[in-house]
Ligand binder design. Structure first.
Ligand code: G3D
Ligand code: MG
Length: 235
């Protein structure tokens, strides 16, 4: 039930004869506020969980480099759309050009799951007439399983009906987070991963963070700068 993989996007600009060819993909995290999009991005790229919650303002993007079996080098450019709402003016621009979309919900919040219909519709509309990106359904906060509001069957049904891969994960504990991104990277790059390979590959490689704070309204930007693990992250 693999979703159609978008064509591999060319080599990175800094590729030279000395460096291995690197595939680059734009990955977008979509879903309601507070489902854990920023936490998932941080967990994967920095392997930490920020306890202090701040609604992301503007756009952060993270770059994570992975080496897949067969020495296939992949750079995932992970875009966190922050506080952009589904009706936001800029949202289409953020989604446009993505090779992969993570449709994220919080397993303890049924509404956040229901709203994925709208998020997915927005993706389909943005890509109308062109190749759809690779879409993965992500149920976050599995550490709160005792508060679960979305049954596992609902999750699976949504993924099956829409021909998507799906993952249940926890940004808090890190459970399944790397696997989700490695699966996505491998599928986009056309690399077949066995289960043991996926487990080994999920051990983190290297991350960089690039901040692109923007404000939809164009003014009154509020950027909170925090030191996190030695890096400055704009939220
Ligand atoms: P968003 O980027 O989708 O808006 P955030 O969501 O990453 O800012 O997370 C929203 C809240 O959910 C934060 O809590 C964050 O700590 C929490 N959260 C994110 N992922 C997980 C998870 O896997 N498990 C649990 N238990 N909580 C998670 P606060 O309390 O700061 O609002
Ligand atoms: Mg956020």
């Amino acid at each position: 039930m693999a979703a159609p993989a978008a064509p591999a996007q060319g080599k990175s600009a800094e590729d030279s004869d000395d460096e291995p060819e690197q595939l680059q993909y734009k990955v977008i995290l979509l879903g309601d506020g507070a489902v854990g999009k920023t936490s998932i991005a941080l967990r994967f790229t920095e392997d930490h969980f920020a306890k202090a919650y701040k609604q992301t303002i503007g756009l952060d993007f993270f770059i994570k480099r992975l080496v897949l079996p067969g020495e296939v080098h992949v750079a995932l450019q992970i875009w966190d759309i922050g506080g952009q709402t589904i009706g936001g003016k800029m949202i289409g621009n953020y989604i446009y050009g993505a090779q992969a979309v993570l449709l994220c919900y919080d397993i303890t919040n049924y509404q956040s799951f229901q709203n994925l219909e709208d998020w997915f519709r927005l993706v389909r509309r943005t890509f109308a007439g062109s190749t759809m990106p690779y879409v993965t359904l992500v149920g976050n906060k599995t550490d709160l399983n005792h508060m679960r509001a979305v049954r596992a069957e609902k999750h699976t049904q949504f993924a099956d009906e829409n021909d998507m891969y799906s993952f249940l994960l926890s940004a808090k504990t890190g459970d399944n987070v790397s696997s989700c991104f490695y699966r996505l990277a491998a599928d986009l790059a056309g690399v077949v991963l066995t289960k043991p390979e996926l487990e080994v590959a999920s051990k983190i490689v290297k991350a960089e963070i690039v901040n692109h704070p923007r404000n939809e309204a164009g003014g009154a930007e509020q950027h909170h700068q925090e030191k996190k693990g030695g890096k400055c992250v704009v939220q």
